[in-house]
Ligand binder design. Structure first.
Ligand code: NAD
Ligand code: DAU
Length: 340
């Protein structure tokens, strides 16, 4: 029997990597194709345990390169696309917006064109709550799927542009799509430039932890395994053309998050250093995921359990993040501290 072919873009990154592992484990009847160009954020060592699995295939390719993408689609005739590949870090988008437009906008358009030409049964576009802009600190307000898009950073503007393209390809050409908009993820293999893994690695190395501004900005944290389960559900049950928000009501200020990590590791809060604020720093994100819950999704992790397990994972997988920090990423950190 021919296996259903699922193309996962960005499967060497944080969330895409967890999703590839999840799908290979959950669906032996599917063939999973991980397409990734391996930027600084892509790393295949996380897939060592599945690299010889007959249901797993890796393709090194750039989503922006349409000729390569269309040739691949024509050869493999994918049934489904789950599109994670992106430039994902807001700070990098502030210092270098161009690559965000290229990858996130043009790359998405190249994939959509290939999906339109060759035909797929579903194109799941993994987007972000940041496309909605920011909320104030009123705890009764949330982003719903009807909240107008008002992106503030070059990153979120590029993601919103890609969301619009996905919706346009559905409306104009009938490409079957879903868009998911998830809040901040955390968990294994989170790249150590982002707040949670950066804090864990720095605290373990007794290094200063930079908090932007006053540390009162709020993010709504979701364990990456809960996000993977949400995408699985949307992939199989999502109504054609619909957008689904993903989030688990775990709002925390950045200072609370950093203090939780420091206290769990039994270190001193004196490691915290307040630095200049991120330009255009969004104050608060908070997701209303009622629509997805009605489809049958429910998060499993609360933040306290999830963060404790994540800290443990970083303790047990030091070699993974140490090899990242010691390499090119270290140079990036030096550039970044000049900017701060
Ligand atoms: P990440 O930066 O960890 O991984 C991105 C992956 O995409 C990397 O493996 C990279 O090599 C690959 N990639 C980048 N440019 C590419 C290109 N031109 N061609 C092929 N591959 C390319 O990102 P992440 O945090 O795992 O985010 C994955 C997706 O989820 C993104 O689309 C992001 O916008 C979205 N998202 C992230 C979060 C979060 O909290 N991290 C929350 C909501 C949505
Ligand atoms: O909301 C979903 C988004 O979450 C995703 O779309 C993005 O891809 C992902 O990177 C993440 O964006 P954020 O900007 O919210 O994540 P980051 O970890 O970079 O920052 C989280 C908060 O912590 C934010 O308010 C900025 C702050 N921060 C971050 C860093 C790296 C600090 O105070 N100090 C830091 O050193």
């Amino acid at each position: 029997m021919t296996k259903k072919k699922i193309l996962v873009t960005g499967g060497a990154g944080f969330i895409g990597g967890n999703f590839v592992q999840y799908m290979v484990g959950e669906y032996p009847e599917y063939a999973i194709y991980n397409l990734d160009v391996l930027t600084y954020a892509g790393d295949l060592t996380k897939h060592r345990d599945i690299e010889k699995n007959e249901n797993y295939h890796f393709v090194k390719a750039d989503i922006v390169d349409y000729d390569v993408i269309i040739a691949l689609f024509e050869k493999e005739k994918f049934d489904v696309v789950v599109h994670f590949a992106a430039e994902s870090h807001v700070d990098r988008s502030i210092t270098n917006p161009g690559v965000f437009v290229s990858t996130n906008v043009l790359g998405t358009q190249a994939l959509l064109d290939a999906a339109r030409q060759v035909g797929v049964t579903k194109f799941v576009h993994v987007s972000t709550d940041e496309v909605y802009g920011e909320l104030d600190f009123d705890p009764t307000t949330f982003f719903t799927e009807d909240t107008p898009l008002q992106p503030n950073s070059p990153y979120s503007a590029s993601k919103a542009s890609s969301d619009f393209l996905v919706q346009a390809y559905h409306h104009t050409y009938g490409v079957p799509i879903n868009i998911t908009r998830c809040s901040n993820n955390y968990g294994p293999y989170h790249f150590p430039e982002k707040l949670i893994p950066l804090t864990i690695s720095r605290v373990l190395n007794e290094e200063k932890v930079p908090i932007y501004g006053d540390g009162q900005n709020i993010r709504d944290w979701l364990h990456v395994f809960d996000h993977c389960a949400a995408i699985d559900l949307v992939l199989h049950e999502g109504v054609n053309g619909e957008v689904y928000n993903v989030g688990g009501h775990n709002e925390r200020t950045n200072l609370e998050v950093v203090n939780t990590i420091i206290n769990t590791l039994g270190k001193s809060e004196e490691l915290i250093t307040f630095v200049a604020d991120r330009l255009g720093h969004d104050r608060r994100y908070a997701i209303d995921a009622t629509k997805l819950e009605k489809l049958g999704w429910k998060p499993i992790y609360n933040f306290e359990t999830g963060i404790a397990q994540t800290i443990q994972w970083y303790l047990e997988n030091k070699e993974w993040w140490e090899q990242i920090i010691s390499g090119e990423y270290r140079n990036y950190l030096e550039v970044k501290s000049t900017y701060l």
